[in-house]
Design a protein around this ligand. Structure first.
Ligand SMILES: Cc1cc2nc3c(=O)[nH]c(=O)nc-3n(C[C@H](O)[C@H](O)[C@H](O)COP(=O)(O)OP(=O)(O)OC[C@H]3O[C@@H](n4cnc5c(N)ncnc54)[C@H](O)[C@@H]3O)c2cc1C
Length: 478
């Protein structure tokens, strides 16, 4: 937040604490947008390579008045910005409210890997949606990749796109599973672009002995995620979208059964510290940041930390592989090489109980050890950057989209698989709002998935999350 704004702005007091609003949880004697202790997530900021190499990034003014728009989008990440672009293209006056800065959530911090499929795997959706539903879901995941590429071209976004993403196996049983999954996708969904790379091909491409085989998806790829997100913001603004940074939505009143009084016909009223916005249509795309003033959405997401490091440029040592790599562990290692020859390496996802992740030195050590398991020859290479972010993991790792009424939709739960899918979700959410129920079958289909909810009681939530993490470790070590 800008200087001098840490106290209690007058507008905040005016919000009141009535109703079932998130504002009630706030201790008003603290700076605004400090979530209650139960929900506070450490920022995991460090020295981000992405921030250091970001394109020019204008400060966008906070909302400081009573304003109106046809549609409001909460969250300036990939999902929110793609929704805003789609709504503006259809002639609507659109306003995006962002708690911090454009791309300050997962969209500007991630591994940059554009992957097809879903975090839970299409097989899980086959069981839940049946064969027809799964075919449509697969189509959505492939369209997500195609739309990502098209957006980069259409808006001339400089984000260092490179083709190819590999899912790599470390052991023979893993390789068998990955190979079988590839065959399944080829036969059932016509994913003929998928190619098997054996151990020799991976060794030659990566200069690493770590992997015995993997599946290359040439439709996937990788990019500079913050520059991609900033490019989306630029495109949105060129279409007339107003983006307000430093404008956390603290309270939401609306006709769609949202928190606060019902005001039929009055649209949604979104209250920020120093201004408020009235809008008929609403897209909630707040990611994992537990700022969204809706308890019912918040408790469906488990915040999982993932951290990254970047090396100095590797010069001649950089391997020939242009593709991004993600392994098949439950807590995967993922990496790629940047255009200037650095290795960007991520992994080590943990639930927030792991305090080690909040210590930058410990984070670097942890990730460096993981990096050296893949590239032992780079013992001497300097780590120049490290940063992290929170991933919005749904309990079954399936995406969580839906309607909270005819004029309000939400998207979340990308579970570490959102670089391509979040953009598609944002576009679909906008179309679902514009055209009404039934108009966007992909959105409605994913909206049919039922999601478990974490108990809102802290005493139960922590052991459940810890058990989930242990179960994950058990799965990936067995
Ligand atoms: C370290 C890391 C690595 C990852 N790697 C990959 C990868 O390689 N490939 C992949 O596909 N996915 C990856 N992901 C996941 C991917 O980044 C996300 O799925 C995707 O960016 C989600 O986009 P989003 O727009 O939904 O959320 P976000 O980018 O988090 O945007 C949400 C925005 O909403 C704002 N907000 C929240 N509450 C409020 C409020 N009350 N008022 C106003 N604004 C609010 C936040 O400040 C934030 O800017 C990774 C994530 C992390 C953290």
């Amino acid at each position: 937040m800008p200087a001098g704004r840490g106290g209690i702005p007058a507008g905040a007091r005016a919000l009141g604490t009535g109703g079932l609003s998130w504002a009630r949880d706030l201790d008003m004697s603290r700076p605004l947008f400090t979530p209650p202790p139960l929900l506070r997530l450490p920022p995991l900021d460090g020295q981000s390579l992405y921030v250091e190499t970001a394109h020019a990034r204008p400060e966008l003014p906070a909302l400081e008045q009573a304003a109106e728009a046809d549609a409001c989008v909460v969250g300036a990440g990939i999902a929110g910005l793609c929704a805003a672009i789609e709504l503006a293209r259809n002639g609507l006056r659109v306003c995006v409210l962002e708690a911090h800065r454009v791309g300050s959530g997962a969209s500007g911090r991630n591994g940059g890997q554009a992957l097809g499929d879903f975090a839970c795997g299409i097989e899980a959706l086959e069981r839940r949606l049946g064969p027809e539903g799964a075919s449509l879901a697969w189509e959505v995941s492939q369209q997500a990749l195609l739309r990502l590429r098209a957006r980069i071209r259409e808006h001339a976004i400089g984000c260092d796109w490179r083709d190819g993403a590999v899912v790599a196996a470390r052991t023979a049983p893993q390789a068998e599973r990955v190979h079988a999954a590839m065959r399944h996708r080829q036969q059932r969904y016509g994913a003929t672009q998928l190619r098997w790379l054996d151990g020799a091909a991976l060794r030659a491409g990566l200069h690493s002995e770590r992997y015995v085989g993997g599946v290359l998806d040439p439709l996937g790829g990788h990019l500079h995620p913050l520059n991609y997100t900033l490019g989306l913001a630029r495109a949105a603004r060129a279409l007339g979208v107003r983006i307000h940074e430093h404008s956390p939505v603290l309270r939401l009143d609306g006709p769609d059964g949202l928190e606060g009084p019902q005001r039929p016909g009055a649209g949604h009223l979104l209250r920020c510290p120093r201004g408020q916005l009235r809008a008929r249509l609403l897209v909630l795309a707040g990611g994992v940041v537990p700022g969204l003033p809706l308890r019912r959405l918040r408790w469906r997401i488990l915040p999982v930390a993932s951290c990254m490091i970047a090396t100095e440029p590797l010069e001649q040592a950089v391997p020939p592989a242009g593709f991004a790599v993600c392994d098949t562990e439950f807590v995967p290692d993922y990496f790629r090489f940047t255009v200037d020859g650095r290795l960007v390496f991520g992994g080590g996802a943990h639930w927030r109980v792991d305090r080690g992740l909040t210590d930058p030195a410990e984070r670097r050590r942890h990730l460096r050890r993981a990096m050296l398991r893949v590239f032992p020859q780079w013992e001497h290479v300097r780590i120049t950057h490290d940063w992290g972010g929170w991933i919005d993991v749904s309990l079954d790792r399936a995406p969580d989209f839906g309607r909270l009424g005819p004029a309000c939709v939400y998207v979340q739960g990308f579970s570490g698989h959102g670089l391509a899918l979040a953009g598609m979700a944002g576009e679909m959410a906008a179309r679902a709002l514009l055209e009404g129920p039934g108009a966007c079958p992909g959105f409605e289909l994913i909206g049919r998935l039922r999601h478990a909810t974490l108990p809102s009681c802290r005493l139960l939530r922590i052991p459940i999350a810890a058990l989930g993490a242990l179960w994950g470790r058990f799965l990936h070590t067995s």
